[in-house]
Each structure stands twice: as C-alpha cells, then as structure tokens.
Design a protein around this ligand. Structure first.
Ligand code: PLP
Length: 372
C-alpha cells in the first residue's frame, strides 16, 4: 500500500491550503528544496572544488529523466524552459514542411513555429479542447511535415493518446513534437516506441522541480551535429579540448545546453524525480486520475458545468469548470477560503497531483458551499 500521507507530508505548502493548482505551478518537496540549497551552501563554503561531483550528478539526473521517458541519456537535454526548448526545435526543423498546430494550445507550443517563419495551419479543437484525429486528417496536406501539440491541454486537461498520435504521424511520415509540460510527472509518457521526434517540458508543474528550468528529448536520429543551430563550449564532442577554430560538435542532446549547467535546478529535479520514481509512474497516474475524477464530481455537485471528458487515457490532473461569477472573482473568493485554483477563460481550472487528498476536496466543497 502506498503511504500517500507520507508523500504528502514532503510538501509543506499543502499544510496551509487546499492546493489545487499544480497546473499553474507546483510546490516543491522538502528534498528538492534541500538539494538546491545544499548546492548553494557547498558553493558558499568551498567554491567550485566539487565541480567533478556536480557534473557526475548532472549525468545521474539526466539518466533518471531518460529512464522516466523510456529514452536514452544521450537524447535528454536540460533547458531554460519549455518555450526556449520549443524555439530550438522550431529552428532545427526549418524546411521540414508545414506545421499543424491546434487552436487554443498554450502559446509556447505555437509561437515558436510562427515566429521562426514556418507555414502553420491550425486544427480546430473539439468539445474537450483537443483536436480529433478526423480534424487533424482534415488539415494535413501533402506539404505538412510536422505536428506539434501540448500533450495535455493546459486549460481543459484533455490528453492526447500519445501512442495513437504517434502512429497517426508515423503513417503519414510527419514529425511529432510534443510539449508535455502539463502531463509529465502526473501521467506516464513513454517514448520507447520511437514515434515522438522531440518533446519539451517545463519543470515547475507536474515534475515539482521549480521555475525557470525544464528538459527536452530529441530522438537520436535528430542529433546530427550538422543540424545544430546553436553551439557553445559544452556543445563540443570534447569540451575540455577547447578547440575554437574548428567545429567538432557532439551528437548528444547535451550539446544543445551550450554552456554551464544550472546545477541547483538540476539537483532539485533530481530529488523530485527520485520521489516520483519511488512512488512509480503508474501508481501516480492512477491516483491523479482518481483524484481528478473526484474533483470533477465535487465541482458538478456544486452546480458548476464541466465540458465533456473522454476515457481515462484522454484525461489528466486538470479539471475545468465554467465559473458561476467572474472567474477572477471566483478564484479570489476561493483563495480567501484557503482553496488555491486558477481563473482561465470563462472558468476556473482546478488540478490534483498525487500529493492531494480528500481533505483538499472537502475544503473545496465547503468553500463552494459558502460562496456568495
Ligand atoms: C503546455 C505549456 N507549455 C509551456 C508552459 C510554460 O512553460 P515555460 O515557462 O517553461 O516555457 C505552460 C505554462 O502554463 C504550459 O501550460
């Protein structure tokens, strides 16, 4: 039996409020905070004498991230944020055909392609917020080369069936680029079938590792150094050779990191991944889906309208409900009652991660009951 109460106790932020807002930004665990703080303390105390240890730890975290995704370590890069990673992918895939995007996706999924000058076409979302395969089929033309979507729709919580989407793209010889920011850490993301070409994810939501940092996956077949669009000293095959007049770039995703790694953020992610892996991906997904189902029931019982949801493999930790008043006011009224959610569009977006429990949902129910 998983001791959910013990895992919850790792997150002090949950003691003071019903934290139903991981889709906006997650609290980090004691261990993740400690890992980052210890790095700064060591630097304060000893300068950079631990450099070799730090680099080894970076590679250990990279290996853990690769394992979570069913990828190879050489396919994982640490990035500043999901938007920067998508920008890099859009630059790398110049000339690979038109890009299919989905209207209503988060701007970090769409802007990078648009600003890089790709020809883009928008598929229209269905009732659940994602595009159906029929709709994707409708917008794909002989010129299409790339499909880029958010794995989980940031507002509605709709989740694409990654296997099915992968097959759809493979059958049509389209490249598939995924932003997994609203899913990774909450639902299983398995890249071992090889149908995903690039995946980016921020770290501060379901991975619970804090702001301004993320990771990306680039399938090994896309890591030809000749395709690099940026390089720094750590992009070299042998960074310590410090050859500056001949390009000899690495074919590992770490080449995309360019310069020194953000150690504190990477160590924080390392601790976060340790916790996620200790619980287990399937266990977490089961709990997230169970809690988000219960969350939906609480919202519906309070008379809020929810958009239709699909089967389990199309759901996530996010639940959207139409607000009964101005959404920002509703969010503020809930916050005043110790319940933390987001206002989005015409509604409120609530979300449950593995560390939530029934007490959070009871608090939400009581808060909704006492609304003006
Ligand atoms: C799907 C998605 N991608 C990206 C982001 C933002 O990530 P970053 O700031 O790391 O670019 C968000 C934020 O809500 C998001 O929902």
């Amino acid at each position: 039996m998983t001791d959910w109460a013990a895992y919850r106790a790792e997150f002090p932020a949950l003691e003071t409020q019903a934290y139903l807002n991981t889709a906006a930004g997650a609290p980090i665990s004691r261990a993740a905070a400690a890992a980052a703080i210890q790095y700064y303390e060591a630097t304060e105390r000893d300068g950079d004498v631990h450099w070799d240890d730090w680099l080894a730890r970076v590679e250990a975290v990279r290996a853990a991230a690769a394992q979570m995704l069913g990828a190879d370590s050489g396919e994982i890069a640490f990035v500043q944020n999901a938007s920067a990673a998508m920008t890099l992918v859009a630059a790398r895939l110049q000339g690979r055909g038109d890009v299919v995007l989905v209207r209503g996706d988060f701007p970090s999924v769409t802007y990078p392609w648009m600003v890089a000058g790709h020809d883009v076409v928008f598929a229209e979302p269905g009732v659940h917020g994602g595009a159906t395969f029929e709709e994707l089929e409708r917008v794909v033309t002989p010129e299409t080369g790339i499909v880029s979507v958010g794995l989980v729709q940031y507002r509605t919580g709709f989740r694409y069936d990654l296997r099915a989407l992968g097959r759809f793209c493979r059958d049509r010889e389209l490249l598939l680029v995924i932003d997994a920011t609203q899913g990774l850490g909450a639902v299983g993301v398995d890249l071992s079938h090889g149908d995903v070409d690039f995946l980016v994810s921020s770290g501060y939501k379901w991975l619970t590792s804090g702001y301004g940092f993320g990771l990306m996956y680039a399938a090994a077949r896309h890591l030809d150094p000749a395709a690099h669009t940026a390089a720094g000293w750590r992009s070299a095959r042998d960074p310590y050779a410090l050859v500056s007049d001949v390009l000899d770039l690495s074919d590992k995703a770490s080449a995309l990191e360019l310069g020194h790694p953000p150690f504190a953020a990477i160590f924080g992610l390392g601790a976060a991944l340790e916790l996620l892996q200790a619980i287990g991906t399937q266990e977490i997904e089961n709990r997230v889906l169970h809690l988000s189902t219960r969350l939906g029931q609480v919202l519906e019982d309070a008379g809020l309208r929810l958009p239709p949801t699909g089967p389990e493999n199309q759901r996530s930790g996010i639940v959207y409900a139409e607000a009964q008043m101005d959404p920002v006011r509703m969010r503020n009224e809930l916050l005043a009652r110790g319940v933390y959610v987001s206002a989005r569009g015409d509604g409120i977006r609530c979300s449950t991660h593995f560390y939530n429990d029934e007490t959070d949902l009871e608090r939400l129910r009581d808060a909704l009951d006492s609304m003006p």
